[in-house]
Design a protein around this ligand. Structure first.
Ligand code: NIG
Ligand code: FE
Length: 429
């Protein structure tokens, strides 16, 4: 008999609110985002890895007589948060660049001088697989500690077949050993490596190697579910991005795109036309880009922490996106250059204060819509029967406090597939 069948169910009881985000198993668009399914007076029953019921505690107790109970002590229970965009596998942090930017040097200018992503590439190539694994383990624990139970991890600081494979093997190992739900993305097109920047022919050689060597090798080894490209003026053009993503799609990978982050270059239109699962950043999206996403199923993943950290005042036009009927997700973009925060609730704060989302919209953006940005919305992102028991418990009495206590960590525990994933020292026992 399997362990699942002999384990008694677990009841999560005594939560001040259960924020279910329950509804259709797909991204919420437009006004649908304004309903986070906040319920009071209910508990959650979990059997094995799945949620089996959300109901009044008295009826759950009657139905699940032998259940083990977890007392939520008047905290708020939410679906585990989904951080659908991170670059979490890197070596040295790049705190030196922060002062350079404060002194007036632009992010792209730092990159042109061989810093930025190039600096992380030099560093990652010199790191052993073991040291990258050790660094990432600790960093992922920090992400978990803020309530994230699903984390997307991109490669993209290797930029050779060998170093990209090394990064993706680290991600696969983390996924095997940690309770966290991890999704891998191949981002070999994060930059044109410096050694390929000398001429148009050298540049084309790298694009060809992405298409003809790296994508087939990664797909054959099943080391990534998604492929992504940094489509930006000075990095990959729209034509190069289209060629790379088309090859990735033909190889069976799902698509993401860093689109219109700093300048408007037609990235959102490209993502929509390729049927990408998500288009990410979008601070500089054009009117045409908004119209294109409105007619596609692509999720718009917004990363306001990046704009904050880069000292930019321009943010993605979240309200216009939602009003156009587009599904919006929020994520940290956790990376050593433009967003070194593991704190997804802080990004919710920025979602409300800078992007003008309601709290319900921000919560939906970091749960059900984050899951949809990872093609997981059929079993992740909701507290509803049949969904995976991925839960986060916060030491607050009202969900509106989650973005309110900004920068504070109110997460006391998370569960993934019904098993404890993270427990704080201040945990509710
Ligand atoms: O999403 N835009 C490209 N990639 C990251 C930055 C990575 C880095 O600077 O190391 C981003 O902002
Ligand atoms: Fe990014």
């Amino acid at each position: 008999m399997s362990e699942r069948l002999i384990e008694p169910p677990t009841l999560f009881v005594n939560a001040s609110q259960v924020v279910t985000c329950a509804g259709p198993a797909r991204a919420r668009r437009g006004s649908e985002m304004n309903d986070a399914g906040v319920r009071t007076g209910v508990g959650v029953a979990v059997a094995g890895s799945r949620i089996v019921a959300v109901d009044a505690v008295a009826s759950l107790r009657q139905h699940y007589k032998d259940a083990h109970e977890i007392d939520c002590r008047q905290g708020v229970l939410t679906p585990g948060l989904v951080d659908s965009h991170t670059h979490g596998i890197f070596g040295r942090p790049r705190f030196d660049e922060q002062e350079m930017r404060a002194a007036g040097l632009d992010y792209m200018e730092i990159a042109r001088r061989g810093g930025g992503i190039h600096s992380s590439v030099r560093d990652l190539r010199a790191q052993s697989e073991e040291s990258l694994l050790d660094l990432a383990r600790v960093r992922l624990r920090r992400l978990s500690s803020f309530g994230s139970t699903t984390v997307e991890l991109k490669s993209g600081y290797g930029l050779t077949l060998e170093d990209e494979l090394k990064t993706l093997r680290v991600i696969a190992q983390l996924s095997r050993e940690l309770p966290l739900r991890i999704v891998a993305t191949f981002l070999g097109a994060h930059e044109i490596p410096l050694e390929h920047r000398g001429s148009a022919a050298a540049r084309q050689t790298y694009v060809d190697s992405l298409i003809n060597e790296m994508i087939p090798a990664i797909s054959a080894r099943q080391l990534a579910r998604f492929a992504d490209v940094f489509c930006e003026t000075g990095v990959y053009t729209v034509d190069e991005s289209r060629a790379i993503l088309t090859a990735a799609r033909d190889a069976g990978l799902l698509l993401k795109l860093h689109a219109d982050e700093l300048t408007s270059s037609g990235g959102a239109e490209l993502a929509a036309s390729l049927g990408a699962t998500s288009a990410d950043h979008l601070a500089a999206i054009s009117d045409g880009g908004i119209a294109a996403l409105a007619h596609a199923s692509t999720v718009a993943t917004l990363l306001p922490g990046t704009m904050l950290f880069l000292g930019k005042t321009k943010h993605a036009p979240a309200r216009r996106l939602i009003e156009a009927g587009i599904a919006v997700a929020l994520a940290t973009d956790f990376n050593p250059g433009t967003s070194p925060t593991p704190n997804l609730p802080l990004v919710l704060t920025l979602g409300v204060s800078q992007l003008r989302l309601s709290v319900a919209e921000a919560v939906v953006a970091a749960t059900v819509n984050g899951a949809s940005a990872l093609a997981l919305a059929d079993h992740v992102g909701q507290i509803a029967p049949g969904f995976s028991a991925d839960l986060a418990l916060f030491d607050i009495g009202d969900i509106r406090e989650l973005p309110y206590w900004y920068g504070d960590n109110r997460c006391v525990a998370t569960y993934v597939r019904g098993k404890p994933c993270y427990t704080s020292d201040l945990a509710i026992t």
